[in-house]
Design a protein around this ligand. Structure first.
Ligand code: GLA
Length: 398
């Protein structure tokens, strides 16, 4: 029984206890939904490409019960704040006393809104939630909150849908209620994660497969401790550049719907027609899709070194073409790549701060973590966190 399993039990017990303190009775249920780390396929989900995330053993835990009131009453254990809302107050994003919903409550309220839009029952609940997914670190803390609430309403509403459908409803909450134009990757990984496996999702057809992770390879997440800034607008800018590329390329390739439909040869032929910055963004996407295709062959052949090499290339592309890295992420990836036992290292998630993901020979993990942390700290003056992650199952009752 590992340290991480114990941590999960701790969170479950803590959220249960907090519920009793807040509401004076034991909760009827506890659910949990994991964060994720993405190994390859970055900034391609909204271009209909392939992504390779792993759900991790860091999660949002929610303790919940129905209530006779028509108000959903929430306690956010990590913020020491409460909020309440009902279907009537959803559109104004306010609470029962007319004050605005705090930012964190937009995620659960958005899930309620999205579920109701699709006709699912969302009975009022009392709930407490806490999480050990670091926020703003590129590990999908928001998706894990959304999926935890999705599972809670599915449980109390007495209806059942496939995990992928719940992921899509949560993505709509984030796109249309919270206002972040994210793709499907994060909600998918949190909903459909598989213990000991990495997932490969085709973001166009939504078909996916899973690959067993080699036992002698560890996933190490290295948190630069730089938190993302200006992410939403920079993220939306990148999306807009991809859409512009498609609009221009369509003049020569009328049948394309997204950058997924443009192959490398076509891109080389037509890339001069794109404005410089749009060309760089689109080039990253086209090449990253090629990398994910090659990565699947490497996985099938059990070639982790080949897979790791693609991760290193991905970092360069995110740094130089997509321009979503920062000096701290570059330092963390560069130091890691120079260390013994490291197959591949790159920034993970949207970028602009947060974490790198590293594939490391399991036997060498201890030294790897220590040397990486020491060198990163002496180079940047920042204290990093290291998490050796195990892969987890998707959202559900626990
Ligand atoms: C964020 C988004 C995802 C995806 C990644 C980049 O995590 O939520 O949909 O676009 O960035 O790959």
């Amino acid at each position: 029984m590992g340290r991480r399993y114990t941590r999960g039990m701790d969170l479950k017990n803590r959220v249960h206890q907090l519920f009793i303190e807040k509401f004076g009775r034991a909760p009827d249920f506890v659910a949990c939904a994991p964060g994720r780390v993405n190994l390859l396929g970055e900034h391609v989900d909204y271009n209909d490409g392939w992504v390779m995330p792993v759900a991790i053993d860091r999660a949002t835990y929610i303790a919940f019960s129905t209530t006779a009131s028509d108000q959903t009453a929430l306690w956010a254990g990590d913020f020491h704040q409460q909020a309440s809302f009902s279907p009537r107050t959803l559109s104004s994003k306010t609470q029962s006393d007319d004050s605005p919903l705090p930012d964190w409550a937009h995620y659960p309220a958005g899930v309620m809104w999205s579920l109701r839009e699709s006709g699912y029952e969302t009975p009022a609940m009392q709930a407490v939630f806490i999480s050990d997914v670091p926020r703003g670190a590129g590990l999908s803390s928001s998706a894990s909150v959304e999926l935890a609430f999705g599972v809670a309403w599915m449980t109390l509403g007495g209806w059942k849908i496939e995990p992928m459908d719940l992921a899509l409803l949560c993505q709509r909450a984030e796109n249309q209620y919270v206002g972040v134009n994210c793709g499907i990757m994060d909600q998918f990984a949190s909903a459909c994660g598989e213990r000991d496996h990495l997932l490969v999702l085709d973001c166009r057809s939504l078909e996916y497969r899973s690959f067993a992770l080699p036992k002698d390879v560890a996933i190490v997440v290295a948190d630069t401790s730089v938190r993302r800034k200006l992410t939403d607008s920079a993220y939306n800018d990148r999306r807009a550049a991809c859409e512009e590329a498609v609009r221009i390329l369509k003049q020569d390739l009328p049948n394309i719907k997204s950058l997924r439909d443009v192959n490398a040869a076509q891109f080389e032929e037509l890339s001069a027609k794109l404005p410089v910055q749009v060309e760089k963004r689109a080039r990253h996407v086209v090449e990253e899709m090629k990398r994910t295709e090659r990565a699947v062959s490497f996985l099938e052949a059990g070639d982790i070194a080949g897979f790791g090499d693609l991760m290193n290339q991905c970092h360069v592309s995110l740094r130089d073409l997509y321009e979503v890295s920062c000096p701290e992420l570059d330092a963390m990836a560069r130091i890691a790549q120079s260390l013994d036992g490291c197959y591949g290292a790159r920034l993970t998630g949207a970028g602009f701060g947060g974490c790198t993901v590293n594939l490391v020979e399991r036997e060498k993990v201890h030294d790897f973590e220590e040397i990486l942390a020491t060198r990163y700290e002496s180079e940047t003056g920042l204290h990093p966190e290291m998490y050796v992650c195990t892969s987890a199952d998707g959202a559900g009752l626990v």
